[in-house]
Design a protein around this ligand. Structure first.
Ligand SMILES: [Fe+2]
Length: 311
């Protein structure tokens, strides 16, 4: 997931989905312009996957730590979508992903030919930084998302985009979660920042302040970039999970690069449905880590010069 809201993809629009329970059955409502709207097989798999998430969320924290995440059903066509994306995105990572991502993606070793199950990926991630990935049906309130982060749990969707549009998704899917987020969550500094955001959110009461924090999360932990030997590289999973957006971010010349400024990030509006026109570029990954850690650790405390705004 992204924080409060998500936009991920090669192209995006406002189509979305919602999980409903009708007569005891879990039912995913897709917008009529969703590519999978008319595909009964796809819809039934989506319903089954949504049911996994709902049942998971009814369990206690302790149960979740001991149970295995049920396998999501994927069709051959869907494995082929994954394979097509991996083939297309791997050379783009080589060019535009930060070195922390590249090193960890190698260690993570996601399969190229089939969609991996959340359970197996989460087990590998847990060995790296103690982070686990657990299922969620779709977008959740930022508070829910951040509380999970504070507990080293990254809520992740399991469904995949529709096979008729392999390079398009109107909503965050398993490609975004596993190709974008997992390798970065296996980087100790990145994992720590995610936990610190979760803890900062737990100290935050007002909806306005939660949104400010969510906006900083967006610009740093979803769409952050840094320089390596003068070149802009993708650090944020929102970029790393989309070859189109990575190329747009790092090489199109169409993005306005800004010097990182947290106060500005807090209120700078973003559109989740478009490639990001403005990105903050850090001088290095280490700078991103150090400055963000300081900012988020102080958030809402006596050390925060803008404490009143952040509670
Ligand atoms: Fe995300």
């Amino acid at each position: 997931m992204h924080g409060p809201s998500e936009g991920v993809s090669e192209e995006t629009d406002e189509a979305n989905s919602a999980v409903k329970i009708v007569g005891g059955n879990v039912f995913v409502e897709l917008d009529p312009d969703h590519p999978g709207f008319k595909d009964e097989g796809y819809r039934s798999r989506r319903n089954e996957i949504a049911k996994i998430a709902l049942e998971w969320n009814e369990m206690s924290m302790d149960e979740r730590r001991t149970k295995k995440i049920p396998h999501a059903p994927y069709s051959e066509d869907e494995d082929a979508v994954w394979a097509a994306i991996m083939e297309r995105i791997t050379p783009v990572h080589e060019k535009y992903a930060c070195k922390q991502y590249l090193e960890n993606a190698k260690k993570l070793g996601l399969p190229n030919d089939r969609i991996p199950q959340l359970q197996e990926v989460s087990e590998t991630l847990e060995e790296m930084t103690g982070f686990r990935q657990e299922p969620v049906g779709g977008l959740v309130h930022p508070k829910t998302f951040h509380t999970a982060l504070a507990n080293r749990v990254f809520l992740s969707t399991q469904y995949i985009r529709h096979s008729s549009r392999p390079f398009y998704t109107p909503e965050p899917d398993v490609v975004h979660e596993l190709v974008g987020h997992t390798a970065m969550l296996g980087v100790p500094e990145w994992a720590e920042l995610n936990v610190l955001f979760g803890e900062a959110d737990m100290r935050t009461e007002s909806e306005a302040a939660i949104n400010r924090l969510g906006s900083v999360y967006w610009y740093v932990l979803e769409f952050g970039t840094c320089r390596e030997e003068g070149n802009v590289k993708s650090v944020g999973p929102g970029l790393l999970s989309s070859f189109g957006e990575m190329e747009h971010a790092c090489a199109s010349g169409e993005v306005e690069y800004r010097k990182p400024n947290f106060e500005e990030m807090e209120t700078l509006a973003y559109d989740v449905t478009k490639y990001q026109p403005i990105l903050y570029v850090w001088d290095s990954f280490e700078e991103l880590y150090e400055k963000t850690k300081e900012f988020v650790t102080n958030w809402g405390t006596d050390n925060d010069p803008r404490k009143d705004l952040h509670q």
